[in-house]
Design a protein around this ligand. Structure first.
Ligand code: SAM
Ligand code: SF4
Length: 347
C-alpha cells in the first residue's frame, strides 16, 4: 500500500465532503474553460498544435455553474479558472460572476498567460475575480518568443500592471527549464524583491504533450534556492505564508530585505500527501489527480437528465479512487514523458 499521511480522520469522515482513500480532502477546484490557447509554450503543448476540442464537446457555462454548485455542496471553497487560455473564452467575466455568487465559494481566481488580460481585467474584477496568477518565464524578448512562440512580452508586462491597478492579487508563475531559463531565477527573485509581487517557480512536469520532458531538464527547487542565495543572501522559509491557502502548493521563502518567492517542486519534493485539489477539464472530464489520464467523463451526465444527487454520488465514488499521485509514480520509477498536454488539463 503506498504511503500517504492520513490528514483526515476517516472514522469521522463527514458526509458530503470529497475525501479520498488516503484521507485527503479536496477543497479547491480548478476548472479549465477551454483547451484553446493563443500561445504555444514549449513545456505545455506541441508547436503547431491545431487539435482543439469540438465546441459541442466543451462544457457550457450553465454546465460549469451547475458543477460549481454541486462541488460547493461537497466542500469546495475555492475555484480557479484556467485553460488553455481562459481569457479566450467569450464572456468569461459572466462565468466569474456566476461562480463567485455560489454560496460557500470563498474565492474565484484565474491563471492566465496575460496576453489579453489588460483589456478585460476591470470587468473581471467587477465580476468578482479575486486574484490572477500570470505566467511569465523570462524577461528577455527573444527568449519569450522562443518559449511561447509569440513576440508579446510587453503585453504580458502591461497586464501585470493592469491587474495590480485593478486591485487584484497578483502572483507570477514561472516554469524553470534547465538550459532555457534557469539563468533568470535571480532576476525573477529580484523582481519579487523590487515589486513585492510573489513569484512562484515551478519545476518542469512531464505534461508537455510533445514528449520533450526529461529528468535532465528539471531545474530543481534546491538548485534554484542555491542560485538565488548566491546573489541575494539567505532565503528564510516562511512557515506562516506557506500555510496560507492563497499560495498553496508553493513553499514560500522571504527574500532578505523584502519580497517573497515560492517553489512548486512537483518532481523533486512532490506534495501529494497534502493534495487538496481536483480538476475539471474543458471537455468535462473530472480529474481527481493531475497525473490521471484521462479521468472520468462526467459531461454525458450533464448532457442527459441525470439529477444533481446522481452526479454528486458519482463524484463521491470517483474521489474515493483518487490515486496517490506523482509521488507514487516517482517512487516506482515509472515517471516518463507523458503525451498528455497541460493545456487540456489546466495546470
Ligand atoms: N494559459 C494559462 C497560463 O499559461 O497561465 C493557464 C493554463 S496553463 C496550462 C497553467 C499553468 O501551468 C501555467 O502557469 C503554466 O506555466 C503551467 N504549466 C504548463 N505546462 C507545464 C509543465 N509541463 N510543467 C509545469 N508547469 C506547467
Ligand atoms: Fe497556453 Fe498557458 Fe499552455 Fe502557455 S502554458 S501554451 S499560455 S495554456
Amino acid at each position: 500500500m503506498p504511503m500517504a499521511i492520513q490528514i483526515y480522520d476517516r472514522a469521522s469522515k463527514k458526509e458530503n465532503h470529497l475525501v479520498d482513500r488516503y484521507g485527503r480532502v479536496a477543497t479547491k477546484l480548478r476548472i479549465s474553460v477551454t483547451d484553446r490557447c493563443n500561445m504555444q509554450c514549449v513545456y505545455c503543448m506541441p508547436r503547431g498544435n491545431d487539435k482543439w476540442f469540438e465546441d459541442r464537446d466543451v462544457l457550457t457555462f450553465p454546465q460549469i455553474i451547475r458543477l460549481g454548485q454541486i462541488f460547493a455542496g461537497l466542500g469546495i471553497e475555492k475555484i480557479r479558472i484556467t485553460g488553455g487560455e481562459p481569457t479566450l473564452r467569450k464572456d468569461i467575466e459572466r462565468l466569474v460572476g456566476a461562480l463567485s455568487k455560489i454560496s460557500r465559494i470563498k474565492s474565484v481566481s484565474m491563471t492566465t498567460n496575460g496576453l489579453l488580460l489588460s483589456s478585460k481585467v476591470n470587468q473581471l474584477k467587477d465580476a468578482g475575480l479575486g486574484g490572477v496568477n500570470i505566467s511569465l518565464d523570462t524577461f528577455k524578448p527573444d527568449r519569450f518568443k522562443a518559449m511561447t512562440g509569440l513576440p508579446h512580452l510587453d503585453r504580458v508586462k502591461r497586464s501585470i500592471d493592469a491587474a495590480l491597478d485593478a486591485g487584484l492579487e497578483v502572483k507570477i508563475n514561472t516554469v524553470v527549464i534547465r538550459g532555457w531559463n534557469d539563468d533568470e531565477v535571480v532576476d525573477f527573485a529580484k523582481f519579487a524583491h523590487d515589486t513585492g509581487i510573489t513569484v512562484r517557480f515551478i519545476e518542469f512536469m512531464p505534461l508537455d504533450g510533445s514528449g520533450i520532458w526529461s529528468h535532465d531538464l528539471v531545474f530543481s527547487k534546491r538548485e534554484m534556492i542555491a542560485k538565488i542565495e548566491e546573489s541575494l543572501g539567505r532565503l528564510e522559509p516562511s512557515e506562516s505564508k506557506s500555510k496560507d491557502a492563497t499560495y498553496a502548493p508553493a513553499k514560500l521563502y522571504s527574500i532578505k530585505g523584502s519580497g517573497t518567492v515560492g517553489f512548486i517542486p512537483s518532481i523533486t519534493e512532490p506534495f501529494c500527501n497534502n493534495c487538496d485539489r481536483i480538476r475539471i477539464t474543458a471537455n468535462g472530464y473530472f480529474m481527481t489527480c493531475l497525473f490521471e489520464n484521462p479521468g472520468y467523463h462526467i459531461k454525458p451526465m450533464l448532457d442527459s437528465d441525470r439529477s444533481d444527487s446522481e452526479i454528486r454520488e458519482h463524484i463521491l465514488q470517483m474521489i474515493e479512487k483518487k490515486p496517490e499521485g506523482i509521488a507514487g509514480i516517482i517512487r516506482t520509477k515509472s515517471l516518463r514523458p507523458a503525451l498528455n498536454m497541460m493545456n487540456r488539463i489546466g495546470g
